[in-house]
Design a protein around this ligand. Structure first.
Ligand code: PRP
Ligand code: ZN
Length: 284
């Protein structure tokens, strides 16, 4: 029994969605122009759909799982499980107004017309903050609404900010931060659930590997203790003697977040010849 997963057909999440499946060792025949494709070495069928529709397809059981922005899951309010944040497609849903508007605080949104494709999320935000504004729901090219006089403000996704910039808009309030998530249907057959668990296991291994680096360095033996103290490792660092007396080679795994700080401290403590290599999979 194949697991049917829906991913974005084209757009911001498409490439990274394909990449995470490929990094899980799943062979996909390239099929961006097709409606669906099958993996040759894993019981998976991939549907290419509009991201906005993915929660609906998963709720209806047309697809068993999906990769979609959290923003869309929150907006659509469908009955699906969010299983895992995927660490890509990071963006925020924000309110933006014309750069010429002298914006001071949230209260300035009172009485404005706000164009958005996210009426549910924006509506809740306004309500929570006791703002009375008019929401105009439009399905695309929201950023041009103020320029053509359709609205005074927009509620839209921002990632690099270049869309806002090019349209003379300024971001004034952030409503939520979002990233790609893996969603699944609330009930799945036993067979499909098993495949989903296998997929999730692989995704976790890929995610951990992406967040960590393998590090190798040479250390003078009289500094080993301090250097080892800086390197947590999976259990503890591996230490091997070098051919040159008085020196050791130390191998470990470091987290991306603390990476540069650790490197600086290692150097300050006498480490030399530091090599950093990517990890492909990480299973703890
Ligand atoms: C969003 C948003 C902007 C753009 C912002 O669209 O609607 O057009 O991305 O990105 P930037 O800050 O890097 O310029 P999205 O890619 O989600 O397309 P969609 O709404 O058509 O799905
Ligand atoms: Zn979309």
């Amino acid at each position: 029994m194949k697991l049917r997963i829906a991913i974005q057909k084209a757009g911001r999440l498409h490439e990274d969605s394909v990449r995470i499946l490929r990094d899980c060792g799943i062979d996909l025949n390239n099929g961006a122009n097709k409606l669906k494709t099958e993996a040759s070495n894993f019981p998976l069928e991939v549907f290419f759909l509009r991201d906005d529709d993915i929660p609906q397809y998963v709720e209806d059981g047309v697809a068993d799982a999906g990769i979609v922005g959290e923003n869309i899951v929150l907006e659509r309010q469908k009955q699906v499980h969010v299983l895992e944040r995927l660490g890509f497609g990071r963006c925020r849903l924000s309110i933006a107004v014309s750069r010429t508007l002298n914006y001071h605080s949230l209260a300035d949104l009172n009485g404005l017309r706000i164009a958005t494709s996210y009426p549910v999320i924006v509506g809740k935000f306004l309500e929570k903050n006791h703002i009375r504004a008019e929401i105009h729901e439009i399905s695309g090219s929201v950023e041009i609404a103020p320029g053509i006089g359709l609205a005074d403000a927009i509620g839209d996704l921002v990632s690099s900010g270049s869309t806002l910039f090019m349209n003379g808009l300024q971001e004034v309030e952030t409503i939520l931060a979002s990233e790609a998530v893996l969603i699944a249907a609330k009930s799945l057959s036993v067979d499909r659930d098993l495949v989903l668990k296998k997929l999730l296991f692989r995704i976790n291994a890929v995610r951990k590997a992406r967040n960590n680096k393998y590090i190798l360095l040479n250390a003078p033996n009289d500094k080993l203790k301090q250097i080892i103290g800086l390197l947590p490792g999976m259990k503890s660092p591996t230490v091997l003697p070098l051919a040159e007396e008085g020196w050791s080679s130390v191998h470990s795994v470091v987290n991306e977040d603390d990476f540069w700080e650790i490197i600086e401290n290692l150097k300050a403590n006498g480490a030399q010849g530091i090599l950093v290599v990517p990890i492909e999979k990480m299973i703890l």
